[in-house]
Design a protein. Structure first.
Length: 223
């Protein structure tokens, strides 16, 4: 009996994996080629405009386009009708994950996905839009984007659930992405106290002391 239940559970897990893979297939088969086309178009446009040979710029444009397309696909793809189209209670998704049965990882996957959803955009967008020069601005933009997504899902996308927890998780993810985006700036702006710098200062101190001693000896001899 237990073996039969385990077999049915394994079959259900495999079915969920196959359904998920089928749902994510357009992310690779459609959205990735579109993003590559955006990157190539950016490279051609920069070559024509002679704006510089930096190969990172077209790659950045393609990655940003891919991130935006993936977000749009994941949040606006219609789903089967939901029993609860709105979940305004804060913390309900977290509670569902904490009370999930053994082996039921779907609530945790949903939470992690909501946190990670806007991380790539939050990392890449500041590279193109100088206005996003602080974690606060990036997180605030993530909050506005998440609220807009939930509103559109509620009004126009069948089967989607508008949840307060989604907004919170999306905003946390945007803040994490903002920290990752600003981290190189913070590291680069720190004062550098290298060993060579300290050695150079020590040499100049020794030279000053030697010159001071020479001056004292010269005064003593003149007397």
């Amino acid at each position: 009996m237990f073996l039969a239940m385990a077999a049915r559970g394994s079959a259900a897990d495999v079915q969920q994996v196959l359904v998920a893979f089928d749902g994510f297939a357009p992310v690779v088969t459609v959205l990735l080629p579109l993003s590559l086309a955006v990157g190539m178009g950016s490279a051609v446009a920069r070559a024509v405009a002679r704006s510089g040979p930096d190969p990172r710029e077209p790659l950045l444009d393609g990655a940003l386009a891919y991130s935006a397309l993936c977000v749009g696909y994941l949040v606006f793809l219609p789903q089967p009708p939901a029993a609860e189209p709105v979940r305004p209670s804060l913390g309900k998704d977290v509670s569902m994950a904490l009370t999930a049965g053994p082996g039921d990882v779907l609530p945790w996957v949903q939470l992690a996905g909501n946190v990670l959803l806007l991380v790539p955009l939050a990392v890449l967008a500041p590279q193109r839009l100088p206005w996003f020069d602080s974690v606060v601005k990036i997180a605030f933009a993530g909050l506005l984007l998440s609220v807009s997504i939930e509103l559109i899902q509620f009004l126009a996308v069948p089967g989607r659930v508008a949840a307060t927890d989604d907004v919170v998780c999306n905003t946390i993810g945007a803040a994490v992405g903002g920290i990752l985006a600003r981290l190189p700036h913070w590291v680069g702006s720190r004062p550098q106290h290298s060993a060579s710098g300290r050695a150079g200062q020590t040499v100049w101190v020794l030279i000053a002391k030697v010159e001071q001693e020479r001056g004292v000896l010269s005064q003593q001899r003149s007397r």
